[in-house]
Design a protein around this ligand. Structure first.
Ligand code: ADP
Ligand code: MG
Length: 693
C-alpha cells in the first residue's frame, strides 16, 4: 500500500501550480482576486485560462466543465472538449478567459421553485476562483456558482459565498473594537465529518428499495444490531480497510485532506473526517468525498449508502459540521485564549453565537431539513429536532456569573485566573463531551450535528454565517458607540444570558424530559421537514437573509418550494417502490410459502395427524397476508395526491396520510418476514446487509 505524499494535490490547480505556471504579475492579480474578491480583468482571465488548459492537457484532460451545486444535494456540469476545428480539417485546443469565467447551462431543468420556466431557460455559471480547479476523469473541473438570467441564485454555493462576505465584514467590525487593526479578513472554517454505510454490491442489487430510495423500506430487526457496542472504533475488516485506503488516496490526489477514518456505532457504518478548511472549499471537498465514496464503493463491488436512515433500528448517518471563525492572520476567534483580553473577545463571539442560535433556531433547524433526516432526528440516537447549545458546565457558569454581576466562582481556582474586571482566564477543553447535543462547543469550535449525511453542507453553513453575522452587527453597533467598553461587554453578556440563556442545555438531549423541558422554555421542536420548511416564509428569517444579501424574498420562497417539492417526490417514490415490492416480490413469496405450508398440513391431516403448531403458523400467515393485502390496497388508493392542493398541503398529505400507511404496511411485512423460510424470502435480510460486507 503506502502513498507517495509528494503527489498530494497533484490533480489540483493549487497555489504552487499557479505560482509555477503563471507570469508573476498574473499570479499576483489572481491571488488578489482570491483573497479579497476583486473581479479578475478579462485579459488576466485569458492568461489564467491558457495556463490552466496547458496544465490540464499535460495531465491528460480532454474536456473542461463548469462544476456547480444545484439544489439537489448533488453536483452537476456538462463537459466540453477543448477542441476547435481548423480549416485544414484538424483541431487546435483552446480555452479562453471567457470560457473560464462564465458558462451558460440550461437552468430550467434544475430545481428552481418556480424561478425559471422552460421557455426562459437561460442560466449562468460563474467561476468561483476561491476554490481551486481540479482534474477528475480526464476533465478539468472549474468550481462555479449558478444563477438565473435574472441573477437569482439557483444553487447552494451562491448564498454560501455571499454569507462568507457577511460574516467577514461583521466579525472584522468586532475585532476593530478590540483594537485589532491588522486582520484583513475573517473566514468561516469547517471540518465536515462524514458518516456512511458500506454493504455488499450483490446484496444491494437485490433490494429495489436500496437502489431506488437509498434506504430499506422493509426489513425485520436482526437478532444482532448494534447492541453489543462492538463496532464503534473496532477493527476494520480487510475489505473495508482496502476501500478506505483507495478512498484516501483518491481524495488526497484531489487535495482533500482526508484525515481520520473509523468504524461507527452501527454495524457496516463508518466515518471519514477531513482537516478543516475555509467553508466553501470544505463544501466542495465534502461533495467530492461523497462522490468518491460512491464511485470507489462500486469499483470494489460494494455500495455506499449516504442516506440518513438506511436501516430501521440501528443508528442513522449524519454529518458533524465543525464550524469556527478564523482571521486571515491565523487567529481562531473561538479559541478561549490565554489572557483575559482574548477571553472577552472570545466571550463576545460566544454570546453572538448563543443569541443567533436562539433567535434563529427555526432557521438553523430548517438548514438541516431533508426528508431522510426526519427518520433520524429525535430517534434516541441522533440529536432531537430541538435546537439547543451545549457549552459545558464551566463555561455556562462563567457566563452566568458575569451576567449576574459577580465574579465567576463556580470553577476550580486552579484554572481560573481573574484578569481585568470580571473576566476570567478560561481553560481549554474544560468541558466533557456531550454527544447528544445538536450544537456543541468543543473547545475551539462548534459542532453542528444535525446535518444529514446526504445533504450538501452549504445550507447549514450559510445559515450559521448569516445569523451570527447579523448578531455581530448588532453587537458592533453597541460597542462602536459605547464610551464604557468593558461595561458594554458586561451588558452584552448579561443581555445574552437573560434573553437567550434558555437555549443552553448541558444535559442529555435524547430524553423525554428534555422534550418537555424544551417546551417549557419555549424552544421550537420542528419534528419534520414539512414543519421546518415554514421557517423560510417567516418575515424575521427573510429579513435576516435579505439584510445581508444572502437570499432575496423571492429566493427564500423558491427554496421553500424546492424543499417541499423534494419532500413530496421522495415520499411518492418511496410509496411506489413499496407497492412494487409488495405486488411483485413480497406477496408472491407469501402466497407461495403459505401454499406450501397448507399442502404439508393437509397431507399430514390426510394421514391422520393433526399438527397444532402448523395450524397456528397457517393462521398467522394467512392473517398477516390479509393485512398486507388490505394495507397495500389502501396505500394504492391514497397514493395519488389530490390535484387541488398547494405545495405545502401536498407535502403535508404525504407526511400525514401516505407515510403512516407506509409505516403500517412495513410493520406487517416485517412481521411476516420472520415467519417465512429464508430461501423463500425474495430479498437479502438485515443480517445479510449489515453483517456480510
Ligand atoms: P474532536 O476532538 O472534536 O474530535 P478533532 O480535532 O478531531 O476534534 O476535529 C473534528 C473535526 O473538526 C475535524 O474535521 C477537524 O478538522 C475539525 N476542526 C478542528 N478545528 C476546527 C476549526 N477551527 N474550525 C473548523 N473545524 C475544525
Ligand atoms: Mg462522529
Amino acid at each position: 500500500m503506502g502513498f507517495d505524499f509528494k503527489t498530494f494535490g497533484c490533480n489540483v490547480f493549487n497555489d504552487s501550480i499557479m505560482r509555477e505556471k503563471l507570469p508573476k504579475s498574473t499570479y499576483r492579480e489572481l491571488k488578489n482576486s482570491i483573497d479579497s474578491g476583486v473581479p479578475l480583468k478579462p485579459e488576466i482571465a485569458d492568461i489564467v485560462a491558457e495556463a490552466m488548459k496547458d496544465w490540464a492537457l499535460e495531465k491528460g484532460a480532454t474536456h473542461f466543465t463548469h462544476w456547480f451545486q444545484p439544489m439537489t444535494n448533488y453536483t452537476a456540469g456538462k463537459l466540453d472538449s477543448f477542441i476547435s476545428p481548423t480549416s485544414d480539417g484538424k483541431v487546435i485546443l483552446e480555452f479562453s478567459g471567457k470560457e473560464l469565467i462564465q458558462g451558460e447551462p440550461d437552468a430550467s431543468s434544475f430545481p428552481n421553485g418556480g424561478l425559471r420556466n422552460t421557455f426562459e431557460a437561460r442560466g449562468y455559471t460563474a467561476w468561483d476562483c476561491t476554490s481551486p480547479a481540479f482534474i477528475k476523469d480526464e476533465t478539468l473541473y472549474i468550481p462555479t456558482a449558478f444563477c438565473s438570467y435574472t441573477g437569482e441564485a439557483l444553487d447552494t454555493k451562491t448564498p454560501l459565498l455571499r454569507s462568507m462576505e457577511a460574516i467577514s465584514a461583521q466579525a472584522l467590525r468586532i475585532l476593530r473594537t478590540f483594537g485589532n487593526n491588522t486582520s484583513k479578513h475573517v473566514n468561516a472554517t469547517v471540518g465536515a465529518e462524514q458518516e456512511y454505510f458500506l454493504i455488499d454490491r450483490d446484496l444491494y442489487e437485490k433490494r429495489l428499495d436500496l437502489k431506488i430510495c437509498g434506504r430499506t423500506l422493509f426489513g425485520a430487526k436482526p437478532p444482532k444490531g448494534q447492541e453489543m457496542e462492538d463496532h464503534y472504533f473496532g477493527r476494520i475488516r480487510i475489505r473495508v480497510a482496502d476501500y478506505m485506503h483507495q478512498l484516501d488516496q483518491e481524495l488526497w490526489r484531489l487535495g482533500v485532506t482526508a484525515k481520520t477514518k473509523h468504524n461507527e456505532a452501527a454495524p457496516a457504518q463508518h466515518e471519514l473526517a477531513p482537516i478543516f478548511n475555509t467553508v466553501n472549499i470544505a463544501c466542495d471537498h465534502n461533495q467530492l468525498t461523497m462522490e468518491m465514496m460512491r464511485v470507489i464503493a462500486k469499483k470494489n463491488h460494494l455500495a455506499c449508502l449516504l442516506h440518513e436512515k438506511p436501516f430501521a433500528g440501528v443508528n442513522g448517518s449524519g454529518k458533524h459540521n465543525n464550524w469556527s471563525l478564523s482571521t486571515d492572520d491565523g487567529i481562531n476567534l473561538l479559541e478561549p485564549g490565554k489572557n483575559p483580553y482574548q477571553n472577552i473577545q472570545f466571550l463576545t463571539f460566544l454570546c453572538a453565537i448563543i443569541t443567533a442560535v436562539d433567535n434563529y433556531a427555526d432557521l438553523l433547524r430548517l438548514s438541516a431539513a431533508i426528508v431522510g433526516n426526519d427518520y433520524r432526528l429525535g430517534t434516541s440516537e441522533a440529536p432531537p429536532a430541538i435546537i439547543s447549545i451545549f457549552l459545558g458546565e464551566q463555561l455556562t457558569s462563567v457566563l452566568n456569573s458575569i451576567a449576574q454581576g459577580h465574579q465567576p466562582d463556580a470553577t476550580p481556582s486552579s484554572i481560573l485566573q481573574m484578569g481585568v474586571e470580571t473576566l476570567p482566564k478560561l481553560p481549554k477543553d474544560d468541558n466533557d463531551r456531550n454527544r447528544t447535543s445538536p450544537f456543541a462547543f468543543t473547545g475551539n469550535k462548534f459542532e453542528f450535528r444535525m446535518v444529514g449525511s446526504s445533504s450538501s453542507i452549504a445550507f447549514a453553513n450559510y445559515v450559521l454565517n448569516t445569523i451570527v453575522a447579523d448578531t455581530l452587527m448588532h453587537f458592533a453597533e453597541r460597542l462602536e458607540h459605547s464610551s464604557d467598553f468593558d461595561g458594554e461587554i458586561n451588558a452584552i453578556i448579561h443581555d445574552t444570558m437573560k434573553q437567550h440563556g434558555r437555549v443552553i442545555f448541558n444535559g442529555n438531549n435524547y430524553t423525554e424530559e428534555w422534550v418537555e423541558e424544551a417546551k417549557k422554555r419555549g424552544l421550537p421542536n420542528l419534528a419534520s421537514t414539512v414543519d421546518a420548511a415554514k421557517a423560510f416564509l417567516d418575515p424575521k428569517n427573510i429579513d435576516v437573509l435579505n439584510r445581508h444579501h444572502i437570499l432575496s424574498e423571492t429566493e427564500c420562497y423558491s427554496r421553500y418550494e424546492v424543499l417541499l417539492e423534494n419532500y413530496t417526490k421522495v415520499i411518492t417514490i418511496e410509496a411506489n417502490t413499496m407497492l412494487e415490492m409488495v405486488h411483485r416480490q413480497i406477496l408472491p413469496a407469501c402466497f407461495s410459502y403459505l401454499g406450501e405450508v397448507a399442502d404439508s398440513y393437509s397431507k399430514l391431516q390426510q394421514s391422520g395427524i393433526y399438527n397444532e403448531s402448523m395450524y397456528r403458523l397457517l393462521e398467522q400467515l394467512s392473517k398477516l397476508v390479509d393485512h398486507i393485502s388490505d394495507t397495500t390496497q389502501k396505500l394504492s388508493d391514497i397514493e395519488q395526491i389530490p390535484n387541488e392542493l398547494d405545495s405545502f398541503q401536498r407535502a403535508s398529505y404525504c407526511k400525514d396520510t401516505i407515510l403512516p400507511q407506509m409505516n403500517l404496511l412495513r410493520c406487517y411485512v416485517d412481521q411476516i418476514e420472520v415467519l417465512i423460510s429464508k430461501d423463500k424470502w425474495p430479498m437479502p435480510n438485515y443480517t445479510d446487509l449489515l453483517h456480510r460486507v
